[in-house]
Design a protein around this ligand. Structure first.
Ligand SMILES: NC(=O)c1ccc[n+]([C@@H]2O[C@H](COP(=O)([O-])OP(=O)(O)OC[C@H]3O[C@@H](n4cnc5c(N)ncnc54)[C@H](OP(=O)(O)O)[C@@H]3O)[C@@H](O)[C@H]2O)c1
Length: 344
């Protein structure tokens, strides 16, 4: 019997990720490899990093488009066309060669395809496509609620950076009913649109310095590098970093040992052993990959692109429970976080 097949698209976030897949690139400086990657195309433009098995009936393919984070977020329309063509080549491979049931869009492959909308508008039949942001939202909210309870912070102010992105919007909708929010984004009109759709209280700002009032900062941006700076963060701030590539650097934590960074939106997926090191720590993986797996296991049909469908999110949440999926243990760059570190 054909096993169910999930394909998860990703890309090297940085040179370290490239080395994880091709060990010999450690001898090639980024200044040499970087100009080569955008010139690749077709089958050499992507790589299958792992084929993993889950339970008795599931195959998971991790496929990386060979473009780094800063190359995926393009600055011109010509670059954007190239990046999208490269992603479409992987989708075709997943459709025709792997015969995928579900394709998940990891890291920034969703952001640069307009949350996956651009892909599903292309000609030809595609397997079910998801950006994975519904389960990523659900796991993030579970994680943030747990941070609040374990930190001992009472009525904390929470800032969402990237507030009108797909995850940002969904997280704001849910958290605004429980906590005072600061919604930060670069476009005032887009911020206002999300703000008007909320049931709870929130203030909006285009000035990132305003997040200094927050006890907890949630990052959900498509900025391809570390965005957080020391001067943006309150003393003792906890940053729940959903973004991939991450928005907090190790250098920032060295400068600010009072700040705690939590690797955000990571799920425990018992029964599935993924060996390829995505820097998620042992036993944990990205919630968007977990969504791709859950949809495949449960034969969920349809494209889940664009704005998060909160009903789909609730459905995944309960299916996730059935398989024993939940928020992963809190880690900071893969190292376990103790209760004392969380306590405020
Ligand atoms: N951990 C996980 O399992 C998981 C799962 C899914 C996604 N993710 C990650 O979560 C992040 C968000 O995903 P998404 O699908 O919600 O992306 P998205 O819809 O593309 O939203 C990203 C938002 O970031 C904003 N942004 C970019 N640069 C910014 C900056 N310098 N300052 C403030 N805002 C900025 C963008 O606004 P503009 O319009 O102003 O550019 C956009 O609204 C991505 O990094 C993705 O890789 C992680």
């Amino acid at each position: 019997m054909k096993k169910k097949r999930a394909v998860f698209l990703m890309h090297p976030r940085d040179h370290q990720d490239l080395v994880e897949r091709f060990w010999w690139t450690r001898f090639i400086p980024a200044s040499i490899s970087d100009p080569i990657l955008p010139r690749l195309s077709g089958r050499v433009g992507f790589t299958v990093c792992e084929k993993a098995d889950g339970y008795d009936n599931l195959e998971i393919y991790l496929i990386a488009v060979l473009l780094k984070g800063h190359q995926i977020v393009s600055t011109s329309s010509k670059e954007l066309r190239t990046v999208r063509r490269r992603i479409l080549e992987v989708v075709h491979f997943a459709q025709h060669n792997i015969k995928a049931d579900v394709i998940g869009l990891g890291a920034l492959t969703a952001s640069v395809t307009n949350g996956g909308q651009w892909l599903v508008n292309q000609d030809g039949f595609f397997p079910n496509i998801t950006h994975g942001d519904a389960y990523a939202t659900s796991i993030s909210v579970e994680g943030i609620d747990k941070v609040v309870s374990l930190s001992g912070l009472s009525n904390p102010v929470i800032a969402i950076v990237g507030a009108y992105g797909i995850i940002g919007t969904a997280v704001c909708k849910i958290l605004s009913t429980k906590y005072p929010l600061i919604m930060m984004g670069r476009n005032k009109a887009k911020l206002s649109r999300v703000h008007e759709s909320l049931n709870g209280k929130a203030m909006v700002t285009t000035d990132i310095n305003k997040i200094k009032e927050a006890d907890i900062v949630v990052t959900a941006t498509s900025h391809p590098q570390a965005l957080m700076r020391s001067e943006y963060l309150k003393h003792g701030a906890i940053v729940y970093d959903i973004s991939q590539p991450e928005n907090v650097s190790k250098a920032l934590l060295k400068e600010r040992p009072d700040v705690l960074k939590i690797d955000g939106s990571l799920a425990k997926i018992p029964g599935i052993n993924i060996k390829f090191d995505m820097r998620t720590g042992k036993g944990a993986t990205f919630a968007c990959l977990a969504e791709t797996i859950l949809m495949t296991l449960e034969n969920i049909k349809g494209h889940f692109v664009g704005e998060v469908d909160l009903q789909h999110m609730e459905r995944l949440k309960s299916i996730g429970k059935k398989y024993g999926f939940s928020h992963a243990e809190f880690t900071q760059f893969g190292d376990k976080i103790s209760r004392e570190q969380l306590s405020r």
